[in-house]
Design a protein around this ligand. Structure first.
Ligand SMILES: [Zn+2]
Length: 275
């Protein structure tokens, strides 16, 4: 069978209380999350390993079988409380893109906030995720919009988060996910200088042998999804066929980072993600 690409699903937090699910758009309900994982397992999906992913992106070596890449952003306690056990039951692992400024505590920021029972994971909980096979990678230090930073701050954001994770967990950090999906050419250059090999955007689509290493696709799963939209996203990497057509045109224009910066300047569009 021809290689169909790997869908990269992007989750944030998991909530057990429906009022919390509807009050923050970073959540999916515990019930939905359980249904998603059960369906993936029934359909024969397995989670791709970091080594397989590197082999695909660096050497165009395709992993065997139906694969999915499960990712979480920010690093909410609810991952340790819910996602870890549910996913382990199916043999799934994930990549967590961690924000390092708020380890072990809550921080109220309008679009990056914690409800009472949910805070940022602490290092012991993160170690448990690593022990279960999860990969902990960087989402920057302070969860800031990276395309608005001066070079010195940018350098600090990408190096401090990498160093903190590597020192506290004894693991290797080489992937980055842009907070809010925002980046520009300077951000990519600083990531490369700091030793990162890959970066994830919020451009939709699936990872394939032709994916660009510093704007890899991901598709967000959120509290607006039902099982039908979830299945479409897993199958295609897009929310709909018209979304897929528009995204393909945009990918052609954005394949060149300098051209992307120029287009964004013209249109005053500072990106299209919101996390
Ligand atoms: Zn985030």
């Amino acid at each position: 069978m021809a290689f169909q690409g790997i869908p990269v699903l992007n989750y944030h937090a998991i909530d057990n209380n429906m009022s919390e699910v509807s009050s923050r758009n970073v959540s999916v309900s515990l019930t939905s999350f359980k249904e998603h994982m059960a369906w993936l397992s029934q359909e024969g999906y397995r989670s791709v390993t970091p080594a397989e992913l590197q082999a695909l992106l660096l050497h165009k070596k395709q992993p065997a079988g139906k694969c999915v890449l499960l990712t979480f952003d920010d690093g909410y306690l609810s991952l340790y409380q819910h996602a870890l056990e549910i996913m382990s039951g199916y043999g799934f692992t994930a990549t967590l893109f961690l924000t390092t400024e708020y380890i072990g505590r809550a921080y109220d920021q309008d679009d990056f906030y914690f409800v009472k029972h949910d805070r940022q994971l602490n290092w012991d909980e993160l170690k448990a995720l690593v022990a279960a096979g999860w990969s902990i990678q960087s989402h920057g230090n302070a969860h800031v919009k990276m395309n608005g930073l001066d070079q010195e701050t940018l350098k600090r954001e990408v190096t401090l988060s990498k160093n903190l994770i590597e020192q506290n967990l004894g693991t290797s950090v080489y992937e980055f996910a842009f907070p809010y999906g925002l980046y520009n050419n300077m951000v990519i250059n600083e990531l490369k200088a700091a030793g990162y090999k890959f970066a994830y955007s919020v451009h939709s689509g699936k990872i394939s042998t032709s994916s660009k290493k510093f704007h890899l696709p991901r598709i967000e799963i959120n509290n607006m999804d039902n099982m039908d939209s979830f299945k479409i996203k897993v199958a295609t990497g897009y929310t709909s066929p018209s979304h897929a057509r528009k995204a393909k045109l945009r990918d052609i224009a954005f394949a060149n980072p300098a051209l992307k910066d120029l287009i964004e300047k013209w249109t005053h569009k500072m990106g299209y993600g919101n996390r």
